[in-house]
Ligand binder design. Structure first.
Ligand code: HEC
Length: 150
């Protein structure tokens, strides 16, 4: 438990410093694309790069040493259920830290939308209202839907 709290504090510091710097870098490098991308997807990418990719990797294929397995978020059928994804990000599960103290509901919606679109073929946006609804359903961590291929 305290490991998660320490992580959250560390990430809060990294995000507050890093997102500002990261935004400038992304915009400078990818100005033509950023101009056409919608605000949610660029925010989603910033959150992914600042928070998620340290564990889930830049290609979202996960990894980690034996015993510290990080699941892939790419081509992950669990993410078809957007409430499942939002719930894991808000409340954590196992080795996945809870991020509800760290990210705004808007940021959770943006990163969920980004991961579902960028690394999977789920085009439907996850909205801030979705995150509000899942958050108000309480902290129960969900069991993943059954999956035989991942
Ligand atoms: C400190 C490392 C770490 C960070 C940072 C992290 N995750 Fe995870 N994540 C994990 C681990 C470990 C699991 C597997 C949890 C379990 O079930 O034991 C996981 C599981 C998940 C799952 C469930 C996958 C499935 O198929 O069951 C989702 C969705 C997810 N993470 C999304 C994210 C998103 C989005 C972010 C960034 C906002 C993020 N994670 C940041 C470590 C991390």
């Amino acid at each position: 438990m305290s490991k998660g709290a320490d992580f959250a504090v560390a990430m809060a510091i990294i995000i507050s410093v890093g997102l500002v710097a990261g935004t400038a870098t992304v915009r400078a490098q990818e100005a033509p694309e950023a101009a056409t991308a919608d605000a949610a997807s660029s925010e989603g990418r910033e959150v992914y790069e600042a928070v998620c990719q340290a564990c889930h990797m830049a290609d979202a294929k996960g990894g980690g040493d034996a015993g510290a397995e990080i699941p892939a978020l790419a081509n992950n059928v669990h993410l078809a259920d957007k409430d499942f994804m939002v719930n894991v990000v808000l409340n954590g599960r196992g080795g996945m830290p809870w991020l509800k103290d760290l990210l705004s509901h808007q940021q959770v919606a943006s990163v969920a939308t980004y991961v579902r679109r960028e690394f999977n073929a789920y085009p439907e946006a996850v909205t801030e209202a979705d995150v509000d609804r899942v958050a108000s359903n309480g902290p129960a961590s969900p069991a993943p839907p059954p999956c035989t291929s991942c």
